[in-house]
Design a protein around this ligand. Structure first.
Ligand code: UD1
Ligand code: UDP
Length: 366
């Protein structure tokens, strides 16, 4: 099958890196990068690190308002789809690049394949929820990562074309798990951190970039951070811009670092005492790595990750009291905490989910 894959953001480059080797074993893939993410640390770096092929078409769309950004993608994508004449357009996740890929294809009558179909927060205030609902309702192949996603689709009357394939991102974590297990991997980050001696955080959701939310999560991180166990915050450039615009400052116990590469990010998660995040990808990665995770949102689409975590993943929102109680229970400070982190890393074993192979097989009609 001739497939145009549309990516544009950091997590989509990472998902594409998991899929392309298996997809190209049985299909002809044309790779389109919308350029929604464009900084070297948010996009360019992943091509080299993960061996992603260079895009056949780079749209260079960049940032902007939702309508403007999505509109520019649609305008740039349409002539490419007309020339490439693919049998399918494949989109990942729930970003504006997902929406543009699905809508652009559907308008031309090209079947859409959606990886990570069926996820729902049931909160239409989230831009991602709009994107996923539209993409799912336009798709011929719906590759659901979890049973809950399948049930969500059924709840909206979508049953045909739904395939429970597992989580593509697990395939990639499984590929690099052995490389990051050794404490030497943490030393190699050059950040001077010791196992269990820090909390790793990322935060970028639109709802967490409002002034009240930023005041709440900076206070939450400040409360959990200690001089001997700082918060290491890998800061998304959009969050950095929002903090600067609102004049919000962070205490010294919150150590801000630039967005990191893929392996470094997994290493920082694995050897942390705990992870604090509003990221969908980081949430699941910390679950696979067995690291305690506080989800800094009021809901999560990844219901199974919470249910199967044996209490290690807690949705705390921006509630400081809940966050502190969960952290005290899951990640004791001091030598005990360091020992727990070291044992966890040493014991890491993660099988691939096999999602990539299932997706490629379904598209091949097998
Ligand atoms: C997008 C997705 C979100 C996903 C996230 C992954 C949408 C609506 N949101 O959010 O679902 O979880 O990517 O990280 O598609 N910026 C830079 N450099 C970059 C990229 C972004 O400076 O390389 C800044 C710009 O100020 C930009 C802002 O971040 O305006 C927001 O970027 P955008 O791509 O619109 O949304 P994200 O917040 O990254
Ligand atoms: N990630 C990364 N560098 C970072 C932060 C995250 O490589 O500094 C990776 C992370 O390991 C995961 C993916 O980016 O694989 C998650 O993307 P993001 O949090 O941007 O978006 P989301 O998953 O919430 O859509």
């Amino acid at each position: 099958m001739r497939i145009v894959s549309v990516v544009g953001t950091r997590p989509q480059l990472i998902k594409a890196a998991a899929l392309w080797p298996v997809l190209r074993a049985s299909h002809d893939e044309v790779f389109v990068d919308t350029g929604q993410h464009y900084d070297e640390a948010m996009a360019g770096t992943f091509f080299g690190e993960l061996g992603l092929p260079r895009p056949d078409h780079a749209l260079g769309v960049g940032g902007g308002g939702h309508g403007e950004q999505t509109g520019r993608m649609l305008t740039a994508l349409e002539p490419i789809l007309i020339v490439e004449r693919p049998d399918a357009v494949l989109v990942y996740g729930d970003t504006n690049s997902t929406l543009a890929g699905a809508l652009g294809a559907a308008k031309l009558g090209i079947p859409v394949a959606h990886v990570e179909a069926g996820l729902r927060s049931f909160d239409r205030g989230m831009p991602e929820e709009i994107n996923r609902v539209v993409a799912d309702h336009l798709s011929r192949w719906l590759f659901a990562p979890t049973p809950t996603a399948v049930a969500n689709l059924a709840g909206e009357g979508i049953v045909d074309g739904v395939h429970l394939v597992g989580d593509l991102m697990q395939d990639l974590v499984a590929r690099v798990a052995l490389e990051i297990r050794d404490p030497g991997a943490l030393v190699a980050t050059g950040l001077g951190l010791i196992p269990g001696g820090y909390l790793f955080a990322t935060i970028h959701r639109a709802e967490n970039r409002t002034a009240p939310a930023m005041a709440a999560w900076t206070a939450l991180l400040a409360e959990l951070a200690a001089v001997d166990r700082p918060v290491v915050l890998s800061l998304h450039p959009g969050t950095r811009a929002a903090l600067a615009a609102s004049g919000t400052t962070l205490p010294a116990t919150i150590r801000v670092i630039e967005p990191q590469g893929y392996r470094t990010t997994l290493t920082l998660q694995l050897h942390a005492a705990a992870v604090l995040t509003d990221s969908g990808g980081v949430q699941r990665e910390s679950a696979w790595l067995g690291v305690p995770c506080l989800v800094l949102r009021s809901t999560t689409e990844w219901v199974e990750a919470v249910e199967e975590s044996a209490g290690r993943m807690v949705v705390v929102g921006l509630d400081r009291g809940r966050a502190r109680a969960a952290l005290e229970r899951l990640a004791p400070a001091g030598e005990v905490g360091a020992l727990i982190a070291a044992e966890r890393a040493a014991g890491l074993r993660l099988p691939p989910a096999g999602a990539g192979e299932r997706i490629a097989a379904v598209l091949a009609g097998r």
